[in-house]
Design a protein around this ligand. Structure first.
Ligand code: FES
Length: 290
């Protein structure tokens, strides 16, 4: 189970616990208020029988027992009726006694709103993490058969573009691998070079425009401020502070896998492991080192 899945489960569990806690607290408060406000069965029976003495321990007697006591008292069998006027009947049970007060309605409304807000937050978290759960950007992506991908690139003379991963795949020449192994910035990606591919992040490292491919020069050329990068994303010109950022790639059973969980910063200016020069006219200005 990867870290994003654990994070997602933790959020869902936390939301669930918060909801249960808030709901249980609100219910308990409602019950306490209703218990305080409502007259007990005994109290109502006592009032209804107009000043009959209350038997000892009435608080725990059942309604049936009280009725029996009242009936016996009416027959004059045990207890003398005090010579006082009957007490007025209690007022009709108010909203508080019925357990449905405006405050309770308000409390339940707040709890419901709170729960809906939390649910919305949870849904937003799920939506945010969804790509990493479904094999999109932010996860390990199985791009396809390496042979098919390389054949497609050779036929079209342009990189294989994977929109879901926001990346380009280009071939990495075998003769560049030994040079690349000596460059610190390539430590995490050299395995892909060994397998003959480089996976480049589409975002220009200058100010973040998506860098298109220039079919005539066979370079990446940024339309925003003119940065240029060769086929393997090494910086050739413009204001970019380094080569294109990239992802670790590997071939697993003939399938190209690109790990987009980590964006690996591109190589420093001056890195040139392939010696590829522009193969035709530029789409954006001319190459110029900065
Ligand atoms: S964003 Fe690409 S050169 Fe500025």
């Amino acid at each position: 189970m990867d870290s994003s899945t654990i994070f997602l489960l933790a959020i869902v569990a936390l939301l669930g616990l918060m909801f249960v806690f808030v709901f249980a607290t609100a219910r308990r408060r409602d019950a306490e208020r209703a218990a305080e406000a409502a007259p007990s069965i005994e109290e109502r029976a006592e009032a209804a029988t107009a000043n009959l003495p209350v038997p000892v321990g009435h608080a725990s007697a059942s309604g049936r027992e009280l009725e029996r006591t009242v009936a016996l008292d009416r027959r004059g069998s045990q207890v003398a009726t005090p010579d006082v006027p009957p007490a007025p009947l209690p007022a009709p049970l108010d909203e508080e006694a019925l357990g449905v007060t405006r405050r309770q309605v308000l409390n339940r409304g707040i709890v419901t709103t709170f729960a809906l807000t939390l649910s919305g937050f949870g849904a937003a978290c799920v939506a945010m993490l969804w790509p990493s759960l479904s094999g999109g950007f932010g996860s390990k992506i199985r791009v396809g058969k390496i042979d098919d991908i390389l054949a497609d690139i050779a036929t079209k003379k342009e990189p294989f573009y994977l929109a879901a991963g926001r990346l380009y795949i280009n071939p990495y020449p075998k003769e560049g691998v030994e040079k690349a192994k000596k460059i610190l910035a390539y430590t995490a990606v050299v395995e892909g070079y060994n397998d003959g591919v480089v996976a480049l992040y589409q975002k220009c490292v200058h100010l973040g425009c998506r860098v298109p491919w220039c079919k005539t020069s066979q370079w990446f050329e940024c339309p925003c401020h003119g940065s240029q990068y060769n086929r393997v994303g090494e910086k050739k010109g413009g204001p970019a502070p380094r080569g294109l950022d990239r992802f670790a790639a590997s071939v697993d059973g003939g399938i190209l896998v690109v790990d987009t969980k980590a964006v690996i910063p591109g190589p420093p200016i001056g890195t040139n492991t392939t010696g590829q020069e522009a193969e035709g006219p530029h789409c954006i200005g001319a190459a110029s080192e900065h």
